[in-house]
Design a protein around this ligand. Structure first.
Ligand code: PLP
Length: 370
């Protein structure tokens, strides 16, 4: 059996008629930049999340960069965030001239440990930016409390958590600002790059609309030195066709995760923990092995049996070559470091079949029997 890590084609087949129709409409109108379809998707996604504004941009990376800029984060400022994330969470801080201050993660949820945040606050701190990693919301209530106490912004990197809920509320609607990515393999994925900033704040939304469009306030009048970073209208059409299915697809991911959890229960690996406050949407299904060499051997064993796996992420941001010139000697990131050596992501997508999950677990079982 050959089991891919994700299967975008199976997903496309389910609603190809609707997607093709939506794309044809945009092509017929030859309205490729901006236009009704983009506005429609931005409105629908903002309503789905439960925020006032959705501003579509060219990628999740640009959402982070432009969002932080609109929030006024710049030279001399610090943003508290995590190191076990996709690197672009942190790149957006650096590109605005600010500094990341990494805090460690909670060992069970892999997200920012709220108990480590207050000691990281100093006079330069402007924001706290947790990441809802793998589709599991970070523990936002205590983070909100700390943010309020020190007059900081709470900003969500929700690039892996479209539709996840924290205490019943959609993530992306809780922070002052939230970032989404529509990279093809995300839970809501485009047919190329795309991203969005979600916020209730009128001024920040306006600012990002201006920045993404050459800094233009009215036609050919440029209020700011801007960028060209719009969500492509063809991508908005794809996303708008998919959005009504998102809850169903997330439910199917949860079912797949429940089956994995069940079947893996007696095998000596750690399965993902779903915190009581969270409605996990399993962007990734991540297990933990005993150590790095066991992980390597298990990964190879699965590969040899046709099962593709991934590691998210093998190198924490603070250990990336691009971050070596920076000074993090005060950071204690033991849990981040330890988990990066042990985590392994198993195949996860809404269309994965029960017999495929059984096959994967079966192969994991034989690995531990040998
Ligand atoms: C995917 C991702 C991003 C970047 O999004 P792109 O659309 O690929 O630029 C940022 N943060 C996290 C946590 C992500 O998973």
């Amino acid at each position: 059996m050959d089991i891919p890590f994700v299967d975008l084609h199976e997903n496309y087949k389910r609603i190809s008629d609707r997607i093709d129709r939506e794309l044809a409409e945009v092509i017929n109108q030859t309205s490729f930049i901006g236009g009704d379809k983009l506005a429609e998707f931005e409105r629908n996604f903002a309503d789905y999340i439960g925020v006032e504004h959705g501003v579509g941009v060219a990628s999740g990376t640009d959402a982070i960069f432009l969002g932080l800029k609109a929030a006024g984060i710049g030279v001399g400022d610090e943003v508290i965030t995590v190191s076990n994330t996709f690197v672009s969470t942190v790149d957006g801080i650096i590109h605005n001239g600010a500094r990341p201050r990494f805090v460690d993660i909670d060992a069970d949820t892999y997200t920012m440990d709220p108990n480590r945040v207050e000691e990281a606050v100093n006079e330069d701190t402007k924001a706290i930016m947790p990441v809802h990693l793998y589709g599991q919301p970070a523990d936002l209530n205590p983070l909100r409390e700390i943010a309020n106490k020190h007059d900081l912004l709470l900003i969500e990197d929700a690039a892996q958590a479209h539709g996840a809920r924290y205490e019943g509320k959609r993530v992306g609607s809780i922070g002052d600002l939230a970032f989404f990515s529509f990279y093809p393999s995300k839970n809501l994925g485009a047919f190329g790059d795309g991203g969005l900033v979600a916020t209730d704040n009128d001024d920040m939304a306006e600012q990002i609309r201006m920045l993404r469009e050459y800094g233009e306030s009215t036609k050919y009048e440029h209020q700011e030195v801007g960028y060209n970073s719009r969500l492509d209208t063809l991508q908005a059409a794809v996303l708008d066709a998919k959005l009504p299915e998102l809850d169903q697809w997330n439910e199917e991911r949860r079912d797949a995760a429940a089956l994995y959890n069940d079947l893996l229960a007696d095998i000596p690996i750690l399965t993902p923990d779903c915190a009581p406050f969270s409605d996990h949407i399993y962007h990734l299904y991540v297990i933990q092995t005993k150590n790095k060499s066991e992980r390597r051997a298990l990964k190879n064993h699965l590969e040899q049996n046709g099962v593709s796996t991934g590691i998210h992420y093998p190198i924490p941001v603070h250990e990336q070559p691009s971050y070596q010139q920076m000074d993090y000697k005060f950071a204690d990131l033991q849990t981040t470091q330890k988990t990066s050596r042990r985590i392994l992501s198993l195949p996860m997508y809404p269309e994965i079949e029960k017999n495929e999950i059984r096959y994967i677990v079966d192969k994991i079982e034989t690995f531990y029997e040998d």
